[in-house]
Design a protein around this ligand. Structure first.
Ligand SMILES: CC(C)(COP(=O)(O)OP(=O)(O)OC[C@H]1O[C@@H](n2cnc3c(N)ncnc32)[C@H](O)[C@@H]1OP(=O)(O)O)[C@@H](O)C(=O)NCCC(=O)NCCS
Length: 504
């Protein structure tokens, strides 16, 4: 495609005053206190358990020009900033509103661009494109920051468990003791799958990848639970969410049992979420099995660290599919498929395979690193680099420490850990990696932990899916509860043949 010759100039200048919302519905209160609200713009909040009230308020406010962000039981109002970006397209000047997120991220709203100018934007890989407003997760890739609903990942990793973190992501706040108990009880109660679903496993070859089985089985859930979700009914929605969180764990463990030819082990609801998963994975009918609390703790940690990561490939897939208003099971099944690839969740499997290959071939680590740096070679150092983190991945730091603790506890001496440490040491001191800001990501050490726990390599990405599930659900819900949500439908720049005649 020939490059466009038209000069584009973009400048940001204040043209629009920040606004107070012209609202006065009963029950609304306004706050301009940023430290209280965490928002730059005035915040409107109200309290009601009925999502219909929120939708009404949302429409009322947005119809009057306010920008709002709607969650299940919260309505956050973000006004446009008092700046506009002005785009010079030849002789044309186009004013584009600027938004600032609660952590100061700036965005130019181009939603009217095509209408006003005939132009669309081109951004392969969506490197510069914000697809949505979202309050689930905050990442600062330059500073190595990750927060779920405002809570730093380091604090959640230290103090929370996977069930509580799932509640936080899905509902927006940490649960009080009563909410936690109800959530936990629901997760326990819905652990079994319909017996007919168990027979689905007979149809898969034992060589099938567990990710393929998981994706198919999650889609299969939609055929059993046809009462799926009614957006106006919060109880129904909570039920669907708990079913999904609980049953995916069972489906994942059954996929593993299928792949090794062992009988399925039914859930034991007296165990914790992670304990029950370990029981279904590792128990055999002939032997007793005791959940090791240290391993259970490590599993909780791994799942927490994977629980959300804003608009990554699989989460964006869930949102993209969800925008067509298909059901939650179908969206999660699509997310699992997206996660499978080696550029995404499949990387933890790829890391272990790469480490094993180096170890088993007795390959020289330095020589391998030369191969990684060689532009002619397709080899990449798996578990290194990240689209967003250009400093370090905060999850990798936590995992590295946890990995040492776990291996110590289990008395495991894994030669692959030595290979990983050596690769990391070389990479962190090599200009190729330094210049490109390539650091270990979450997957570099997670595989070694899973291996120590007894989880085989082809199950690593399934573990990632289990961890990411609450994040996917939270994003799906956020999108679903936004009355202004539209079907996602990007544009393209056509580069094919121009019209030509069909040969007669
Ligand atoms: C994660 C990843 C897909 C991010 O990709 P991206 O943001 O599109 O970055 P790019 O592929 O444009 O890479 C930028 C540069 O770094 C190099 N690079 C990136 N990751 C690399 C790696 N793991 N090993 C060696 N070189 C790497 C690229 O070759 C490119 O070099 P160049 O500028 O000389 O062409 C990429 O870093 C990768 O493939 N990592 C390995 C897989 C992985 O661990 N994925 C899990 C992510 S959580």
């Amino acid at each position: 495609m020939p490059p466009c010759k038209l000069a584009l100039k973009l400048q940001v200048r204040p043209t629009r005053p920040g606004g107070i919302f012209p609202v006065s519905p009963v029950g609304l209160k306004q706050s301009k206190n940023r430290s209280e609200s965490g928002l730059l713009a005035p915040v409107v909040s109200a309290e009601s358990g009925d999502s219909r009230v929120w939708k009404c308020l949302y429409r009322f406010l947005t119809d009057r020009g306010a920008q709002a962000h709607h969650e299940k039981d919260k309505l956050r109002m973000n006004d446009k900033t008092n700046e506009d970006a002005v785009l010079h397209l030849g002789d044309q000047k186009i004013s584009l509103p600027v938004y600032v997120g609660t952590e100061g991220e700036k965005a130019i709203d181009i939603s009217s661009l095509r209408k006003e100018s005939g132009f669309v934007t081109l951004d392969p890989g969506y490197v510069n494109t914000g697809s949505t407003l979202s309050s689930v997760c905050f990442i600062d890739g330059e500073e190595g920051i990750l927060r779920y609903r405002g809570y730093p990942i380091e604090q959640l990793a230290l103090n929370s468990n996977f069930v509580e973190t799932s509640y936080l992501l899905i509902h927006g706040d940490l649960p009080n003791p009563e909410q936690y108990e109800t959530f936990r009880t629901n997760l326990r109660f819905h652990s079994m799958i319909h017996e007919d679903m168990r027979h689905f496993y007979d149809g898969f070859p034992s060589s099938a990848h567990p990710m393929a089985i998981l994706s198919a089985m999650v889609m299969g859930l939609s055929t059993f639970y046809t009462d799926i979700e009614d957006p106006e009914n919060d109880d129904n929605m909570d039920l669907t969410i708990c079913r999904l969180l609980s049953k995916v764990r069972t489906l994942a463990a059954f996929s593993f049992k299928k792949s090794i030819g062992q009988p399925f082990i039914y859930p034991d609801n007296s165990l914790s979420y992670c304990g029950n998963f370990m029981h279904m994975m590792f128990r055999v009918p002939a032997e007793p099995y005791h959940v090791d609390p240290e391993v259970e703790r490590a599993l909780n940690l791994l799942l927490i660290l994977h629980a959300d990561h804003e608009q990554n490939c699989s989460t964006s897939t869930v949102r993209m599919v969800g925008s067509s208003l298909t059901n939650l099971y179908a969206c999660i099944s699509a997310g699992i498929s997206a996660l499978w690839g080696s550029r995404h969740g499949g990387a933890n499997q790829a890391v272990l395979e790469q480490l094993s290959m180096i170890h088993e071939n007795g390959q020289d680590v330095e020589a391998f690193m030369e191969q990684v740096k060689d532009k002619e070679s397709p080899t990449r150092l798996m578990g290194f680099g990240h689209r967003v983190y250009k400093n370090y991945d905060p999850r990798a730091k936590i995992i590295k420490e946890a990995c040492d603790r776990l291996l110590d506890h289990l008395g495991v001496e894994d030669p692959l850990l030595d290979v990983a440490r050596r690769l990391e040491e070389i990479a962190l001191n090599d200009n190729y990696f330094i210049d490109r800001n390539l650091y270990p990501n979450v997957d570099f050490y997670s595989g070694i932990m899973y291996r120590a726990i007894g989880i085989p390599t082809n199950m690593f990405t399934v573990m990632f899916a289990l961890g990411r599930l609450p994040g996917w659900i939270a994003h799906w819900l956020e999108q679903r509860n936004n009355p202004k949500d539209r079907i996602q439908r990007p544009r393209q720049i056509y580069t094919g043949e121009q019209i030509r005649e069909y040969p007669q």
